[in-house]
Design a protein around this ligand. Sequence first.
Ligand code: NAG
Ligand code: NAG
Length: 263
Amino acid sequence: MMKTLVAFLLVASIIAATSHGADEEPYQIFPLRLKPGSGSEGATVQGITCASWRLAVEAHNIIEWKTVPAECENYVGNYMLGQHYRDDSKAVNREAYFYARSLALPKDGRNIWIFDIDETTLSNLPYYAQNGFGVQPSNSTKFYEWVDKGEAPALPETQKLYNKLLNLGIKIVFLTGRDDTHTEVTASNLKKVGYHTWHKLILKNTTEYGRSTAVVYKSAEREKLVKSGYRIVGNTGDQWSDILGSYTGRRTFKLPDPLYYLS
Ligand SMILES: *[C@@H]1O[C@H](CO)[C@@H](O)[C@H](O)[C@H]1NC(C)=O
Ligand SMILES: *[C@@H]1O[C@H](CO)[C@@H](O)[C@H](O)[C@H]1NC(C)=O
């Protein structure tokens, strides 16, 4: 039943996305407001509701989980496809803007904001919707097949922040765990959906970082930036590993992501 619902929502969403003009709100895959009582709110896993599971995940109390509990597929699917995910993302990005706007920064061109890519600037929801919303174990081969299409939509609330930061004169650095054999497609995907400029786009050099965790790799890349004279005024990610470690930035912002956990 969930599969049918998801298929329907996805088709409806794609239609909604393609029927919008360029000047309108880029709804992409977030046009639907699910009615309360759609059945998933009461779902539980090992005695807690899926809503409590999600909160514990976002607050980093449940860590190092491998997959979304099967009992919560419905719940997570409804959350991601409905308005709730978008509202939560808006709350984070809006706060980040209020913070950025309040800063009295030296005008020396050395202020940067770091954005992660997946589930931060670009959404892989079309992929995850076809793969059980994080219930299925991750498969990097399959994931990169999707990445290589270069069709990931922008996350609209993050894109608003991106544009506002540029207007404030803050430079953008994208720092992603995607491996650097996918640099070209990542750059063209970003441009295609409206991230038209950036100061640096850093993908993971697997020779250099091999099997390093995201915390180690991202800390090392941030350190290089700081040591070459940049000021990390803000840092936004969907994973705790984007914002933990060293040289994390003056303030960090955590976007929602109940689909997967990366350490
Ligand atoms: C991962 O995905 C690839 C490509 O779709 C597939 O060939 C492979 O069997 C998958 N691996 C697992 C363990 O499911
Ligand atoms: C990746 O790292 C290796 C080892 O440090 C280096 O030789 C290589 O040039 C790097 N690749 C890129 C694309 O920067």
